[in-house]
Write a protein that binds this ligand. Structure first.
Ligand code: ROI
Length: 169
């Protein structure tokens, strides 16, 4: 279990809070993975560029330790998305569950399947704020401190829904 991986969770269809609770529960059960930490739970407005008329999202980040490689982990996360009933209607569309590999150790990976760190990480408060809950001193592979990004504070577009052990079901 030598790799440390941050995973972004998001949902805006169905029962988003329950789906994120379910997802964290599934991460705890994954072989070759150990759940280490979970952020607070956030409500957020659809990111700029999302199709209009979308409902607000629920977002969080989990930190796991794993012996899985990035492609192996991606496959597991995609299986969980499918199990949660994710239907890919359109790119950037509303979804029942979205699981993204945000950071994998300090590795930079750019293949057809995977871009790590996640491309939009630095622009998205619904990713940076929960990352900072887990690790206030987190640094990206390019040396940028997450706490120095514009999106490191709460705004009208994002608020905390729960700051208890919301994910323990
Ligand atoms: N917007 C928010 N607020 N949260 C998300 O998880 C999210 N996911 C997406 C797009 C459509 C870009 N917008 C989002 O995939």
């Amino acid at each position: 279990m030598r790799h440390w991986v941050y995973i972004g969770l998001g949902a805006n269809l169905g029962q988003p809070i329950e789906q994120l609770q379910w997802a964290v529960h599934q991460l705890r059960q994954l072989d070759n993975c150990l759940l280490q930490a979970v952020s607070r739970l956030y409500g957020s407005k659809p990111a700029l560029g999302s199709p209009s008329n979308q409902s607000d999202y629920v977002n969080a980040v989990a930190l796991i330790q794993t012996s899985l490689t990035p492609p192996q982990l991606l496959t597991k996360l995609q299986q969980l998305e499918q199990l949660a009933g994710r239907i890919r209607l359109e790119r950037w569309g509303a979804r029942t569950l979205d699981l993204d590999i945000l950071l994998y150790d300090q590795q930079v990976i750019d293949t057809e399947q995977l871009t790590i760190p996640h491309k939009e990480l630095v622009n998205r408060c619904f990713v940076t704020l929960p990352l900072l809950d887990i690790n206030p001193t987190l640094t990206l592979p390019n040396g940028v401190k997450v706490s120095s990004l514009a999106c490191a504070t709460l705004s009208d577009d994002i608020h905390v829904i729960r700051d208890d052990d919301w994910w323990k079901i």
